[in-house]
Design a protein around this ligand. Structure first.
Ligand code: ADP
Ligand code: MG
Length: 415
């Protein structure tokens, strides 16, 4: 018996052809379903692998972002802690980075300069060719150049700087960078070295000349003395001989102070009560000028107790006498010399003030230059010698003066 003749729901009212169609459809359906399932599974597998890849990529991305952050933080930290000013500008010349040191050197606040045009903030008073904008324009690096910078407060300082382009890893220009340093201190040291070298050369020459002069000077003094003795007391030539002796005396004083100044200082330091030393020296000076300068009054302002400093008393005495003498000479019409002593922190401070002619800026600037004098018979060596002595004590000598009102010198010495 044919299976198709068996009772089945499909047979009810259906022809054979219809049944065949149906069977074909069913097979097709099953086939399609299978293909769909396969496709689905394949897709699911693909999806899973894609998801995995995506996750992997995400992790990579995250890592690379973190790495970038780390590197960028690291770079920022380096730039921030560089002992130099660093600024970066973008292609438009606007400032995009400005480290703490840049703020300290230029006096412009980081917050206020970021995003602002370089040309407006830093300015181009030294010329565009000496700025990071030149590098931006031409690509040319500037290495170890110098220029003047106008700071936020309007003061000008010498600046050492270098520039270069900033590129990304593909070589595309992102902007330009300027690294700079304040050269004020360097310039000051250069000038000081120059001054010391000049002084050393001058000192050597002066010492030689002084020695050469000393011997004939001794001879002249000796012969003039003999001549004076040979002349009668009423001989008019005696006046001339006395003039010679006076002149020789003055020359000798100059030579002595020159030798004093150029001779290397050898300090003999020990603890000394400054109150005693200054009092003694002032008293000695007061007696010396008592009769010749009755128009000068000396005031003392000393502390009650002792003020002990480690010094060379003989050398310091010479300094005090130099300053007292200058003070006296600054008061041709008379006045008051005030000698003061006080403790200031770790320092002993000695002040010598006068109510004399004072000095203008020009004199004040040249005060400590050898041979600078405004006096007809001055040597211009008193203050340089004094400064040399105070320097050797690791002390400091300062001056405060106003034309027509007077001058105050103050000397601070470590206790
Ligand atoms: P000198 O006394 O031989 O001129 P110094 O080195 O002692 O040399 O002083 C240099 C110059 O400084 C003086 O010629 C004077 O112009 C100025 N000076 C020094 N002390 C005073 C003072 N107390 N008041 C005004 N000017 C002073
Ligand atoms: Mg003098």
């Amino acid at each position: 018996m044919n299976s198709s003749n068996q009772t089945s729901p499909f047979q009810l009212g259906k022809t054979d052809a219809q049944l065949e169609d149906f069977t074909d459809s069913y097979i097709l359906f099953q086939e399609t379903t299978r293909r769909y399932r396969e496709a689905y599974e394949e897709l699911a597998a693909k999806f899973e692998s894609l998801t995995l890849k995506l996750e992997e990529t995400n992790v990579h991305l995250q890592q690379s972002l973190e790495e970038k952050d780390r590197v960028s933080n690291y770079l920022n930290n380096i730039l921030e802690s560089l002992s130099g000013g660093v600024l970066v500008v973008d292609l438009d010349g606007a400032i995009t980075f400005f480290n703490q040191e840049a703020e300290d050197i230029t006096g412009f606040e980081q917050q206020k300069v970021l995003g602002q045009p370089y040309a407006e903030i830093i300015g181009l008073n030294a010329g565009r060719e000496l700025s990071v904008l030149h590098t931006l324009d031409t690509g040319e690096r500037l290495a170890s150049r110098e220029k003047e910078l106008r700071q936020g407060d309007g003061c000008t300082i010498p600046l050492g700087f270098s520039t270069s382009l900033v590129r990304d890893e593909d070589g595309t220009v992102l902007g330009a960078l300027e690294v700079f340093n304040d050269l004020t201190e360097v310039k000051r040291l250069e000038a000081e070295v120059q001054r010391v070298q000049t002084l050393a050369a001058l000192g050597e020459m002066a010492a030689t000349v002084a020695h050469e002069i000393r011997n004939p000077l001794g001879g002249i003094a000796g012969y003039a003395g003999m001549l004076e003795r040979d002349l009668d007391s009423d001989d008019p030539n005696r006046r001339l001989v006395q003039k010679i002796t006076e002149g020789v005396g003055r020359l000798n004083r100059i030579v002595v102070s020159l030798l004093n100044y150029t001779r290397p200082l050898r300090l003999n330091v020990h603890p000394v009560n400054l109150v005693e030393l200054v009092e003694e020296t002032t008293a000695f000076f007061a007696i010396d000028i008592e009769r010749s300068r009755e128009d000068i009054h000396i005031e003392r302002r000393f502390p009650d107790g002792d003020l002990i400093c480690r010094i060379d008393p003989e050398q310091l005495q010479q300094v005090i006498l130099n300053l007292l003498q200058n003070a006296m000479q600054a008061m041709p019409e008379g006045g008051t010399i005030e000698v003061g002593l006080r403790t200031e922190g770790e320092l002993g401070v000695l002040t010598i003030g006068d109510t004399g002619v004072g000095m203008d800026d020009e004199v004040r600037e040249k005060l400590f230059t050898p041979f600078f004098t405004t006096k007809e018979d001055g040597t211009g060596l008193g203050l340089v010698t004094s400064k040399k002595i105070i320097d050797a004590h690791n002390g400091q000598i300062l001056v405060d003066s106003e034309p027509g009102r007077g001058t105050q010198f103050s000397i601070s010495l470590p206790q």
